[in-house]
Design a binder for this molecule. Structure first.
Ligand code: ZN
Ligand code: ZN
Length: 354
């Protein structure tokens, strides 16, 4: 098995032993990839004693061998639950711990009917994925570089009369040209009043002089993503535009400064939120302050007021407060940080000024 995946399997088995879990069924696609390197769209992994077993179908026979090492590969004849049953009977396993957030109910029923004792796994792999290892960080940094370089190249096209949709397409093309197999999500280009909608996507609106334009975009690198937002002013910013932008930046910096291992996520959220609330714009900031990024663009932890998680070393998190004023527009600034013993280290490098 390749080094990063081998280390992850070892860590997982340690956690399994601590929790008394003998055999873990891994069904979420990103978890399968994380543990084995397999990128296919259909496959599950059984982690028990010995080598992990990847069950997939004929379409991925060659790919599974190419992308994994040290993993037993089983090509299912009918559906994977039948193949899994064979493996379990062979290895005399009767109890199976499963991932309650990704096992479909009909599959659960099928396994139950087959006489297996099913127990909740408690999201062990998701827990491991929260703290990024060296290989993951390198990929995330690559995804950030691809997005940032693309945005720098896009800047000369951001001018009056440019159409949101065309700018979005150009930005996505630039990221793809730099090696992104896909974009992290549908790029957001929200100009003028459209900026008041946090997830506005793109429209056919033409940008006017004096508009604020919010770009929210992300690239991909080897399965990992980046997620960055910049709000720029086309022309000279007004006093109000400068004030709101300065406020959002201040809130963002407050959250970044508050982020240390062991600090509750809701405290970090509050650090940003209270800055905006004190200025009287509390009702204009209605989403979470940030989220984890990795094999998924949105993963744990959530920097929100109702999160029960704490910040851990190695987490990669976005910090993205915003102020959205109906009828006027909005400002959001989003950067990515990695948590170290000494606090949050900002990974993104694009200038933040208007
Ligand atoms: Zn974003
Ligand atoms: Zn985000």
């Amino acid at each position: 098995m390749r080094k990063p995946e081998r280390g992850r399997i070892i860590r997982l088995k340690r956690h399994m032993a601590e929790s008394g879990i003998e055999s873990l069924l891994v069904t979420e696609r990103e978890n399968v990839r994380y543990l084995t390197g397999f990128r296919g769209s259909a496959g599950i992994v059984l982690v028990a004693s010995g080598r992990p077993c990847l069950i997939t179908d004929f379409r991925y026979m060659i790919q599974a061998r190419r992308e994994t090492t040290g993993v037993a590969i089983l090509i299912q004849k009918t559906d994977w639950t039948a193949a899994l049953r064979e493996v379990l009977v062979r290895s005399n396993v009767r109890s199976l711990w499963y991932d309650e957030s990704s096992l479909p109910i009909d599959t659960y029923d099928k396994l139950k009917k087959a006489g297996l004792k099913l127990k909740k796994g408690g999201g062990l792999v998701a827990k491991l994925r929260r703290q990024k290892d060296v290989a993951e960080l390198a990929r995330i940094r690559k995804a950030i570089r691809r997005a940032e370089q693309s945005f720098l190249e896009l800047r000369r096209y951001i001018k009056p009369d440019a159409v949101e949709q065309e700018l979005g397409l150009r930005l996505e093309c630039l990221m793809r040209e730099k090696g992104s197999r896909r974009t992290a999500f549908d790029t957001i280009v929200a100009s003028g009043k459209n900026g008041a909608m946090p997830h506005a996507s793109v429209s056919t609106r033409r940008i006017k002089a004096g508009d604020l334009v919010t770009f929210d975009f992300g690239a991909e690198a080897d399965g990992y993503f980046s997620d960055i937002t910049r709000t720029v002013c086309v022309g000279k910013p007004s006093a109000k535009q400068r004030t709101i932008h300065g406020l959002v930046l201040k809130a963002q910096q407050a959250a970044i400064k508050a982020m240390y291992p062991g600090v509750p996520c809701k405290i970090v959220d509050d650090a940003a939120r209270s800055v905006i609330q004190e200025s009287g714009h509390g009702k204009h900031f209605g989403h979470a302050t940030g989220h984890g990024v990795g094999l998924l663009v949105h993963e744990a932890p959530a920097l929100s007021s109702h999160s029960n998680m704490t910040i851990e070393k190695g987490m990669v998190i976005t910090v993205e407060p915003g102020v959205y004023i109906p009828g006027w527009g909005g400002v959001r600034i989003e950067d990515m940080v990695v948590v170290t013993d000494k606090g949050a280290k900002v990974l993104t490098t694009l200038p933040r000024e208007l």
